[in-house]
Ligand binder design. Structure first.
Ligand code: MRU
Length: 353
């Protein structure tokens, strides 16, 4: 399994996803500011992976903090959390992770600086393991929805690279393959960062799962020709009513899927639910540097100075979403009830690892 992020004694090691598929370079970050910049610049990306990186960045900042007392550490901890939380606005996993680290801090603060440091490292590592477990659970629930020879369209990268391992949407696909199904994947290239062409194709190829890359404007054509059976995507934030923020272009795919009567599935762990907001209009949409659209790998693709818009995410209204595959089961409309039920569901202690 591809490991996109690791905690090591020397620092936080991440696979630089900006360079894939041509170069496989691992960077070691020894300061939390470096981890924050890696999240911002998309060395690491994908909602669950951003959450784990945020947790490890905070653990690293606290580990190397010069603070001698918890009072000094309080100030430093607040600065670290603020920097990490300011990196990317849409994926709620980032804020969920910061919140979990804050709770772990508060639980151990009275014990002193050293126990806080240990507790935060433990919490970050625990979140990494939990994410892989959640992805495997989503895989089990989600693969049951797929036929034995499903032709699946996915958008962006919701795979091992976007998580602590295995993937959400690609986890469902991996689980289908493990169950003996002969699935085929269409990967939208996903302009402008090309997560589909560069990352999804790269990791599926590594696993020998048949994948065909298409440009974003080809999806309708293949649906019309009857060559796609369903769509599975990940999510960056899901509102209480089931509106889904995901990579820009997801909404268009969902509308196309409905027009062609194809199921549109979203696979996301509980950490991607934001039940504090009633609907998708409250989800902050990140707007990235226009130069990501103006050029590709240093080569201009627009005239100099062209006006460019670069929203990184869009919101798919719940009416387009056939089901939301979570690590605690499959939620169906009406989502206001079903998402609350999965969020509140407590696994029997006997089932926990
Ligand atoms: O800008 P990115 O690459 O971080 O966007 C990633 C996506 O939109 C993914 O589909 C989403 O985070 C789910 S990843 C399991």
């Amino acid at each position: 399994m591809i490991r996109t992020i690791e905690w090591t004694d020397s620092g936080v090691v991440m696979l630089d996803q900006r360079l894939l598929p041509t170069q496989e370079i691992y960077n070691c970050y020894t300061e939390y500011q470096g981890v924050a910049e890696a999240i911002r610049s998309m060395v690491i990306r994908g909602a669950p992976a951003i959450g784990v990186a945020a947790a490890m960045g905070i653990a690293l900042g606290v580990k190397i903090s010069p603070a001698k007392s918890v009072e000094e550490l309080d100030t430093h901890f607040a600065e670290i959390c603020q920097l990490i939380a300011g990196t990317r606005p849409t994926a709620v996993n980032l804020f969920w992770a910061v919140e979990r680290m804050r709770k772990a801090y508060d639980r151990t603060r009275s014990l002193g600086v050293a126990p806080v440091r240990e507790a935060l490292i433990r919490e970050a590592l625990g979140m990494q393991e939990e994410d892989v477990r959640a992805n495997r659970a989503m895989g089990r629930f989600g693969q049951a929805l797929l036929s034995g020879n499903a032709r699946i369209l996915t958008h962006c990268n919701a795979g091992s690279l976007a998580t602590a391992g295995y993937g959400t949407a690609l986890g469902v696909i991996r689980a289908a393959v493990e169950a003996g199904k002969q699935v085929q994947v269409f990967a939208d290239e996903t302009r402008p960062f090309l997560q589909g062409a560069r990352l999804t194709a790269w990791e599926l190829q590594k696993d020998h799962i048949p994948v065909t890359v298409i440009t974003d404007n080809m999806a309708g054509h293949f649906m019309q020709k009857g060559e796609i059976d369903c769509v599975i995507v990940g999510a960056d934030r899901i509102a209480a009513n089931g509106d889904v923020a995901n990579k820009i272009g997801t909404y268009s795919v969902a509308v196309l899927a409905k027009e062609h009567g194809l199921p549109f599935y979203v696979a996301a762990p509980i950490s991607t639910l934001d039940l504090s907001i009633p609907d998708g209009s409250h989800i902050p949409i990140e707007h990235r540097d226009p130069n990501e659209v103006r050029s590709f790998q240093g080569v201009a693709v627009t005239p100099l100075g062209a006006n460019v818009a670069n929203p990184a995410f869009d919101v798919t209204p719940n009416r387009y979403v056939s089901a939301i595959i979570t690590d605690r089961g499959v939620a169906r409309p009406p989502y206001t009830e079903s998402l609350r039920a999965v969020a509140e569901y407590q696994e029997p202690a006997s089932n926990r690892p």
